[in-house]
Design a protein. Sequence first.
Length: 335
Amino acid sequence: MILVTGSTGLVGSHLVLHLAENANLPVRAIYRDESQIEGVKSLFASYGKIELFAAISWVNADILDIPSLEIAFQDITKVYHCAGQISFDPNDENLLRKTNIEGTANIVNFCIDKNVVKLCHVSSIAALGTLSPGQSQIDETCGWNPDLHHSDYALSKYGAEMEVWRGQQEGLQVVIVNPGIILGPYVKNRNSKQGSSAFVHRIKRGMPFYTNGITGYVGVWDVVKIMCALMESSIHGERFIVVAENRTFEDIISTIANAFHRKPPQFNAKKWMLLAYWRLDQLCSILLRTKRKITRVGIQSLYNKDQIANTKIKNALSYEFESIDTYIQSIIATY
């Protein structure tokens, strides 16, 4: 049996749909809030495959709750670990570390204890290393530099990867994927205030500002198909960057705005402007006890121009990614 954690999120929900349609093993999916299952059901319906929803076995469990995991791991042979916390608010440091590091450690420990055949862990490009002299693109060989200032989210995802590699040293077969910004469809009942959905919603309402920073983007179906292909292959003990294209924020925002027939961004936000806003946001957070909207590390990322390589996964699986422009058009149709 296959176990999927984080099955009500963007990647997890698409993964259980793909597995329900293509896997030769039954699928068990973890959920924490029963209301979120309706969002997954809506996803199946949006693709015209609602009949496959009944094939999923749902179990109420939490990656931080050992007794519930004991039940979830019964008869499991393969695990896709998609669960994780995403936040760039410094106040969420403890939550990030507990969920992403301790939660992953629990999953790894159960995989070892229950003799699971293989584990696929969903990490992030935030956990990648930095360019070495002579390198033009960040790839899987880039080393992590602990002397640099990293976001709490990046530190937690890097820590989670260390737990996975520990599992490998203890005999567990593992693969890690490091997706870029994952683009996916809008689905009724899904939390549209998180991830790329929040980004697309913001552009739909109008986003006049842009930066010239660059990052990697990928469609959710590419992530899912690559994960499944890696799990079905003999490949293990490897990590793979999953990025379709490197694009500037200006380019992506303009592309999405034009697809919505909205005015593309007109103003280039200078770094000093966002740093001034960061200090104001920091002050408001202290005085009004509001959630931070932006961080200094987040600002740095908006101006980063490092290119991210996808050569390794393309060569390993002879894989061709869907173009981001084509994928954006399919996303817009879901609105």
